[in-house]
Design a protein. Structure first.
Length: 130
């Protein structure tokens, strides 16, 4: 896999969150996921149960039309190409009756090749600033 292919995988994974596609999210995410989301809790969350609830209830978009932008993505390869660390700023643009709004967050996702399948194993989010 090369940088562009791993970024395509990442986009597919992210879109599954924002389009409520639990099947794709589950297929692209490790069951032992470790996750830090500063806007939810200052503690690590483990596993998929929390995200299933969030995805099924459209937490990210509220069902509104959206567009994802990955700003300044950087791919770092580890473990002989079996692990990719991707850091970027995620900008989510949402349509509403009052116009378009934008939200940004800095993210790092660690993706590992497990038995021939790529899966997100760790996520860390931090504020992107004003």
């Amino acid at each position: 896999m090369n940088d562009q292919e791993i970024l395509n995988f990442l986009r597919r994974h992210l879109e599954s969150i924002y389009t409520r596609d639990w099947i794709t999210y589950q297929a692209t995410t490790a069951e032992d996921l470790a996750l830090y989301e500063h806007f939810v809790t200052p503690h690590r969350q483990d596993g998929l149960a929390f995200h299933r609830f969030m995805i099924e209830n459209s937490w990210a978009t509220g069902g509104r039309s959206h567009h994802l932008s990955l700003l300044e993505p950087r791919v770092q390869w580890l473990a002989d190409g079996q692990v990719a660390v991707i850091s970027y700023t995620l900008m989510l643009s949402l349509a509403s009756d009052s116009g378009i709004e934008h939200r940004s967050v800095n993210e790092t996702r660690v993706i590992e090749n497990r038995e021939g399948e790529w899966q997100v194993v760790h996520v860390h989010k931090s504020p992107a600033g004003a």
